[in-house]
Design a protein around this ligand. Structure first.
Ligand SMILES: C[S@@+](CC[C@H](N)C(=O)[O-])C[C@H]1O[C@@H](n2cnc3c(N)ncnc32)[C@H](O)[C@@H]1O
Length: 216
């Protein structure tokens, strides 16, 4: 079920690529300003990995802070849009599935926006274990996602599964677990992460780092 749901979710994002910016963000110029402000607040310096970069709206802002930026997404269609949007010399795009991709290096910062809520419950712990392996010592995970307050806009067809519709009328099942800051913080703490989650309107923003083994 999980693998089927993930495959359908990816298919959905591949087909949505051309309409994503408008349907996800509405006024893209306003979204860019908000993204630039949030990224500036997170200060993602050094070698940065962006997971599920989509059409590159966050990549664009991250590139101004990062020394190097590796931006990964499993949908070639979204990576193509991101590539044409972000031409900074310090950015490398990769088409890859985050559940199987291995970077071959470690990063000071791993960032993802609108991704964690698409990770199935059964993959959550493994995803955070993989993140530990992606991070250099002292590295940080930074993330943005939707606040649970906006869950009413979705059509749930099962626990953690919503139905989404594209402009051509086609429908897809997508994984969606809205994240509530307090329970997310507790859950990550149990996995050995020190985590602070704040709010920016309808989004949450989080920062997590490994708790040193001696303190766990
Ligand atoms: C909600 S979009 C977020 C895009 C971008 N980060 C943003 O905030 O605008 C989710 C992204 O996850 C990507 N994706 C889906 N499954 C993936 C996987 N298994 N590995 C990597 N990326 C994946 C999709 O292609 C899509 O671009």
């Amino acid at each position: 079920m999980t693998d089927d749901a993930l495959a359908e979710q990816l298919d959905y994002y591949r087909r949505r690529a051309g309409e994503y910016d408008e349907t996800a963000y509405g006024d893209v110029a306003t979204a860019r300003e908000r993204i630039a402000r949030l990224v500036a607040g997170m200060r993602p310096a050094g070698d940065v990995l962006e997971i599920a970069c989509g059409t590159g709206l966050w990549t664009e802002a991250l590139a101004t802070w990062a020394g190097t930026l590796t931006a990964v997404d499993a949908a070639p269609e979204t990576v193509e849009i991101a590539r044409s949007r972000v031409r900074s010399a310090n950015v490398e795009f990769v088409v890859g599935d985050v559940f199987s991709w291995t970077p071959g290096t470690r990063f000071d910062v791993v960032f993802f926006s609108a991704w964690l809520s698409h990770v199935p419950v059964g993959r959550f712990d493994g995803f955070w274990r993989a993140l530990e392996g992606f991070l250099a010592p002292g590295g940080r995970v930074l993330f943005i996602d939707e606040h649970a307050d906006v869950r009413g806009k979705e059509t749930f067809v099962a626990d953690g599964i919503v139905e989404r519709r594209l402009r051509d009328g086609s429908t897809f099942r997508v994984v969606k677990h809205f994240l509530e800051p307090d329970s997310l913080t507790r859950r990550l703490h149990r996995l050995g992460w020190d985590c602070v989650v704040g709010r920016d309107g309808d989004w949450i923003r989080g920062e997590a780092g490994r708790i040193p083994p001696a303190a766990q």
